[in-house]
Design a binder for this molecule. Sequence first.
Ligand SMILES: C[S@@+](CC[C@H](N)C(=O)[O-])C[C@H]1O[C@@H](n2cnc3c(N)ncnc32)[C@H](O)[C@@H]1O
Length: 270
Amino acid sequence: MLDADKVFAGSVPENYDRYMVPLIFEPYAVDLARRAASFSPRAVLETAAGTGAVTRTLAPQLPADARYVITDLNQPMLDYAASRQPPDSRIEWRQADAMSLPFDDASFDIVICQFGAMFFPDRTAAYREVKRVLKPTGRFLFNVWDRIEENVFAHDVTNALAQIFPDDPPRFLARTPHGYHDTDLIRRDLADAGFSDVEIDTKADQSRAPSPRIPALAFCQGTVLRTEIEARDAGKLAAATDHAEAALAARHGNGPVSGKIQAHVIVATA
Ligand SMILES: C[S@@+](CC[C@H](N)C(=O)[O-])C[C@H]1O[C@@H](n2cnc3c(N)ncnc32)[C@H](O)[C@@H]1O
């Protein structure tokens, strides 16, 4: 992972929430929130919460006396999440790096993290932090994307951009969001951090959009891919987005499009 891969700022939070969340994050947020709520937790920590895809789904399912602490490394993402959340006295917002959590030992029943682990520079260290703040027998629920070949639109957009920048293809999607899919490695990292019981469920779904323009905009302008494209040629963002759209249209048609998405969902017990 490059240092720039974890900077979600500028126009990314708004485009991320508008295009990316409905495209690929919502179905997994519903799944992760359902799993978390099934434990009836009283104290929940969410890390790498982004613009609040899980938060919006989970908050209504938590008990009235629950404490729900929502964190992210990037304040602009958290600000966006907070702006979309109705007033709720159970919720606390806090900027925090998952690598160094500003919470006491044994504070939470559940730590939840949707599609954040891929961005942590040292996963075992991050998981150790999770274990430290979990109560004994607390649970860590998180998910990570499977390999990019199992995630059709992300793969198509990556291939399309390689045609525009053949000498230095923007590889953010393959490198980081889709770069931590080896379930043996995930199990090893969790075991090294002290988690004894680990269940991994590989879950496929369909990503749908009214036209190929939406996934092109989502990936090229609602993710760190935007920064990568602009770093190569600031004037080429629109052309790169158009090219990705044309490639998606050539493969999936000009009308409503759908493509496979796949992720691993992990429940680890402290
Ligand atoms: C792909 S987004 C997922 C956001 C959200 N969970 C969702 O499902 O839409 C990854 C998030 O990880 C956050 N992030 C990256 N590195 C982080 C770190 N070290 N600690 C906490 N959050 C981090 C980013 O700011 C971003 O919001």
